[in-house]
Write a protein that binds this ligand. Structure first.
Ligand code: SF4
Length: 284
């Protein structure tokens, strides 16, 4: 079984999101799961369509709310591999509160953000990831707000897995997603995924010129939190690879008292009121 379905994506030719779709499909196959063991939950935006393009359980949610839905799916059935996905506007503007609280809650969900530094679906407005001076229809004189340093923010908020990749490097992107899936806890993967239609600044060529792979930095150690922060600041966040991982950070699921061996979704739900109350008590 593979993770392809027969739905043809309606992304613009050349959109970076095609590679993210392919990388998720490859990573899922590489970690040895089958389609009925994967759930992909997405928000709103061009990238949000991805949940319909993968042969798995899919849920196309509402703007900025992929994470609470994904966490609910995982808590109901932790046998599933759960991927949440969306764009930088979705996850780092309206959904930023959920992103931060997913980091501190640490439920085992892999969050893949397709970061194109612009709002694509609404035809090109400045996003939280657009650089200062960036000109769009919403900022014709250039943005006077600075871009959000999301990787630095995630590490300082206590994230246990923070990585970044580029749509043009399918091999690395696939490997990073595999590592995110295998990480026990919340993993944040930011993918530079160019919008070829509306962002004429942050193009494939621009990223190729400006990104540095962490594999080329001698002595880089992803378990070293201070080194991760310093490197992000030194390279203005423009690095790719596994930035930081704390393998010892306990996941939310591992700390819940009374979590039964069998996932909730597989338990008999024909409960009378007394049994329901007892179940609630067990979870409190
Ligand atoms: Fe991709 Fe941009 Fe087209 Fe949306 S508008 S599908 S982000 S290239």
């Amino acid at each position: 079984k593979d993770f392809r379905n027969n739905v043809k994506p309606n992304w613009c030719p050349g959109c970076g999101d095609f590679s993210v779709q392919a990388a998720i499909q490859r990573a899922a196959a590489n970690v040895g799961i089958v389609p009925e063991e994967l759930a992909v939950v997405s928000g709103i935006g061009c990238s949000g369509r991805i949940s319909g393009y993968i042969n798995s359980y899919g849920f196309h949610g509402i703007h900025g709310r992929a994470l609470p839905i994904a966490q609910g799916v995982k808590m109901a059935n932790r046998d599933l591999t759960v991927i949440a996905s969306g764009g930088d506007g979705d996850g780092f503007a309206i959904g930023m509160g959920h992103t931060i609280h997913s980091i501190r809650r640490n439920i085992d969900v892999t969050y893949i953000v397709m970061d194109n530094q612009i709002y694509g679906l609404t035809k090109g407005q400045t996003s939280p990831r657009s650089e200062m001076g960036f000109k769009t229809k919403s900022t014709p004189a250039g943005s006077i707000e600075s871009a959000l340093g999301v990787m630095e923010l995630a590490i300082s908020a206590g994230a246990g897995f923070v990585a970044q990749s580029f749509s043009s490097d399918l091999k690395e992107l696939t490997s990073i997603i595999e590592q995110g899936i295998n990480h026990k806890g919340f993993s944040l993967i930011n993918v530079f995924s160019p919008c070829v239609t509306f962002n004429k600044i942050n193009t494939y060529d621009w990223f190729k010129e400006n990104l540095t792979s962490l594999s080329t930095i001698e002595g880089y150690d992803p378990s070293n939190r201070s080194q991760a922060m310093n490197t992000l600041m030194e390279y203005n966040g423009l690095v790719t690879g596994l930035i930081y991982q704390d393998k010892e950070k306990p996941s939310y699921e591992s700390l819940v008292k009374g979590f039964k061996e069998e996932p909730l979704a597989k338990q008999d739900i024909a409960l009378d009121q007394g049994q329901f109350d007892k179940l609630l008590t067990e979870f409190m």
